[in-house]
Design a protein around this ligand. Structure first.
Ligand code: NAD
Ligand code: MG
Length: 282
């Protein structure tokens, strides 16, 4: 990838406005029926990592409900076109996951429109850097927790009664869970919480035949980073701190989600799969 210029976007940011463009695997990912007939909800499925997951899941044979914010309709429609090209069903369900009623409603949408639900890929996340704790408002702190942690709880609680044996829940943590940046106090803390809630739920849901696993990305080139996730001045060097010396691309995350969704990982639960350019983790 060429060195990204300094840039910033308002709101959740759009893949359509990211420079240079990110790679979501649209021209490279080949499916082999590993998720044939599966029915998945992907939150944050419009852009970045969630977009790469949507492309891969569809090419592996899954039908999808995509959750994203209404401002991201343009990105979501680009993903929907790729899912339909793969011959799969896609339902676009915009809304705010920090709103409990909306988060819960995604399960009903999947049951009604896909005829069932067996896979949750919880990828949506909020990351807003704040240099000084004096400037971290209660509203912002609360919104980060509601988006990253509460939404996961609501979605899983609503889904579990409907999930058949063999279902898979995949959550999204971060290298920030173990190496918190001083400017990401709230975000990093939610990512540690996601690891912990996932490991607790993995044990609780094992008797029901539901697996719960986590993907923990390192620095990945997505709109999150340009829409308040990092200071714009940090973007040209984004990812250089990793042993690989570069940021990852969303396409490099999708196979981890496919593995954890598919029966290939049928004896794996409570695991965190780190995809981070070689940074050591606990
Ligand atoms: P992204 O901006 O493409 O995706 C994040 C998505 O979250 C957005 O597209 C949006 O649809 C969704 N979202 C945010 N707030 C929402 C809300 N209130 N309601 C509904 N949807 C909402 O960026 P990404 O980097 O692909 O992020 C995906 C996940 O990966 C996030 O959980 C993020 O924390 C995690 N992650 C990213 C990186 C990275 O370097 N990009 C590193 C570690 C973890
Ligand atoms: Mg987006």
């Amino acid at each position: 990838m060429p060195t990204p210029p300094e840039q910033s976007q308002d709101g959740p940011g759009l893949d359509a406005d990211l420079a240079p463009e990110a790679d979501h695997g649209a021209s490279t990912y080949r499916g082999s029926g590993r998720l044939a007939g599966r029915k998945a909800i992907i939150t944050g499925g419009d852009s970045g990592i969630g977009r790469a997951v949507a492309i891969a899941f569809a090419r592996e044979g899954a039908d999808l409900v995509l959750s994203y914010l209404p401002e991201e309709q343009e990105d979501a429609e680009a993903v929907a076109a790729l899912v339909r090209e793969a011959g799969r069903t896609v339902v676009l369900a915009p809304g705010d996951v920090a709103d409990e009623a909306y988060s819960r409603s995604l399960v009903r949408t999947a049951l009604d429109e896909l005829g069932g639900l067996d896979t949750l890929a919880i990828v949506a996340g909020r990351q807003q850097f704040v240099e000084d704790i004096a400037d971290l408002t209660s509203e912002s702190f609360d919104q980060t927790f509601r988006t990253n942690v509460h939404a996961l709880f609501w979605l899983v609680q609503e889904a579990v009664p409907h999930l058949p044996k063999g279902s898979s829940i995949i959550t999204t943590s971060s290298i920030q869970a173990y190496q918190p940046a001083p400017i990401l106090v709230d975000y990093a803390t939610t990512k540690a919480a996601i690891n912990t809630i996932s490991k607790a739920l993995a044990q609780q849901l094992a008797p029901k035949g539901i697996r719960v696993n986590v993907v923990a990305p390192g620095p990945i080139w997505t709109p999150l980073q340009t829409a308040g996730g990092q200071p714009p001045s940090a973007l040209p060097e984004f990812g250089e701190q990793t042993p690989y010396g570069r940021a990852g691309q969303p396409a490099e995350l999708a196979p981890a989600y496919v593995y954890l969704a598919s029966q290939e990982s049928g004896y794996v639960s409570g695991e965190t799969l780190n995809v981070n350019g070689g940074m050591p983790t606990p």
